[in-house]
Design a protein around this ligand. Structure first.
Ligand code: GLC
Length: 523
């Protein structure tokens, strides 16, 4: 098993994790100061940093103005090198974000490209004149509301942007752009990073003829809730182009020319075969993120179907993964309805077959920061009130006073529940969520059945999701999670190793599970 298969990844949103210089925004030195917490106290195996690159921060770093540097707000390349060195000294891997689809309009590449129609970098972005009737080049839409085309005053042509107008889309059909973006990968690989999380991984390549998207025949309910206008199109020309697989073939070959490097793509696919296609034949992405749990709530039957659907589609030899929160989604303790629900989900996340990616702060049960309309910082929320993602990006809660920053006004306020929802208060309290995560992570690390074994599901049950994890040497661990607010029978025997109810640990497995109770059982 490789580290990215048996290990656990922890996502850090650098703006919000730890502020070492008191300017109200997190930074790399702050992260370095918390590496002991991550590797020893908590016990994760890798960190993924949301973008640390120089950026005007229109989309908080997902608008990159220089792919090969560090935003001065976060530090510099020397700090980055130190972070990698210190992380590696603790056996922690470092994964960085790779924003493949678009740059910032303040990236020198775009400034050159926009400067005149004959500029050598003109074709590094996607430019088109208006149509003869004065209309836009095609009917594509921005995911952040409105049209995907903006007219640039210097040359009078339109450029394409799948998100904000200040995030122009790169043209991956241009071989020089491709080379430059692959050089970016080499730059970070040579600095010792262990892998990449690829942003908007499916959309970097567009239809070569930029054809209009047709109207959607069926409106997909999972995207419809996002934006009905956007969902009314069938996104067959601005998304999922087969040429994207060709890029990932080359991308994988580059990563494989280094040792044990890893890639995970932001791929929102709800059809399991489409999802599985991003593994290629072991020659594309190491993993497409599996976001299905984000949409499943706490429905035991739905989650079981997700497991069987995924297990049925994943190519032979490929390794699964699970996600229950990230910087784009409401915090799990809020989304699922409460802390008891989130704790049950934590047991699933850390005991299902596959690599879990944890989101910073979920290990202490951080909840959504309530944001008033008018106080939003996220561009999505600013463009469409109520849509903002600030709620899940609030400062990490280290101690009862917050502990993120010495600034009086950090970039987002610390949630008022930090008095109890924080690392310092929970450490050593067996009933705390932090101790539940620590126990699960420690057990997982020591137990081949959990970190690399197979999975055998019990028959479907409306309330209790139950399965065995089985190591190649036959060693077994059983897991039963009550995803309901009633009491329900628990099918396994043995001794409880970890539980949401600390009093059960070391005892014979209970015959009945209390509401939202979960047990991990050894034989
Ligand atoms: C991805 C990121 C999100 C960002 C968007 C545009 O979906 O996860 O935070 O806003 O890409 O770059």
């Amino acid at each position: 098993m490789l580290w990215w298969q048996s290990g656990v990844v922890y996502q850090i949103y650098p703006r919000s994790f730890a502020d070492s210089n008191g300017d109200g925004v997190g930074d790399l030195q702050g992260i370095i100061s918390r590496l002991d917490y991550l590797s020893e106290t908590l016990g994760v195996d890798a960190i993924w940093l949301s973008p640390h690159y120089p950026s005007p921060q229109d989309d908080f770093g997902y608008d990159v103005a220089d792919y090969v540097d560090v935003d001065p707000m976060y530090g510099d390349l020397a700090d980055f090198d130190l972070l990698v060195k210190e992380a590696h000294a603790r056996n922690l891997r470092v994964i960085v974000d790779y924003v493949i689809c678009h740059s910032s309009d303040r990236h020198p590449w775009f400034i050159e490209s926009a400067s005149n129609r004959d500029n050598p970098k003109r074709d590094w972005y996607i430019w088109r004149p208006e149509k003869a009737d004065g209309s836009l080049p095609n009917n594509w839409l921005s995911i952040f509301v409105g049209k995907a085309w903006t007219k640039h005053p210097t040359t009078g042509e339109y450029y394409l942007h799948s998100f904000l107008a200040s995030q122009p889309d790169l043209n991956w059909r241009n071989p020089e752009l491709e080379r430059a973006m692959f050089d970016v990968l080499r730059f970070w690989l040579d600095r010792g990073v262990d892998g990449f999380r690829i942003d908007v991984a499916r959309r970097a390549v567009k239809d070569a003829y930029l054809r209009d998207n047709p109207e959607a025949l069926v409106i997909d309910p999972t995207t419809h809730k996002f934006d009905p206008i956007w969902s009314a199109q069938e996104h067959i020309h601005d998304d999922r182009q087969t040429d994207m697989h060709v890029i990932y073939g080359k991308f994988r070959a580059l990563l494989d020319s280094y040792q044990e490097r890893y890639s995970v793509g932001e791929i929102h696919e709800w059809d399991w075969d489409s999802w599985a296609s991003w593994y290629g034949e072991g020659d594309e992405l190491h993993m497409p993120f599996n976001f299905a749990l984000l949409a499943a709530g706490t429905d035991a039957i739905k989650i079981r179907n997700i497991i069987t659907g995924m297990e049925g589609a994943i190519p032979e030899g490929a390794w699964p993964n699970w996600v229950a929160g990230n910087h784009d989604e409401p915090r799990m303790a809020t989304r699922l309805g409460g802390l008891a629900e989130a704790r049950a989900m934590a047991v699933l996340l850390l005991t299902l077959r596959g690599t879990p990616t944890l989101y910073y702060g979920d290990e202490v049960g951080m909840t959504e920061l309530p944001i008033l309309i008018g106080e939003e910082r996220d561009p999505a929320g600013l463009r469409k009130p109520g849509w903002g993602r600030d709620g899940c990006r609030s400062p990490m809660q280290w101690d009862p006073a917050g502990g993120f920053s010495s600034a009086t006004t950090p970039w987002l306020p610390t949630n008022s529940n930090t008095a109890t929802v924080n690392v310092e208060s929970q450490l050593g309290d067996p009933a705390s969520t932090l101790e539940l995560y620590r126990a699960l992570l420690a057990l997982r690390r020591l137990t081949p059945a959990l970190n690399s074994g197979g999975i055998v599901l019990e028959p479907p049950d409306k309330a209790v999701l139950a399965y065995k994890r089985v190591a190649p040497d036959g060693d077994k661990v059983s897991v039963a999670v009550n995803l309901s607010s009633g009491e329900h029978p628990q099918p396994f025997t043995g001794t409880v190793l970890v539980s949401t109810s600390p009093a059960l640990i070391g005892e014979p497995a209970p015959k009945v599970l209390a509401p939202w109770e979960a047990v991990v059982i050894g034989n």
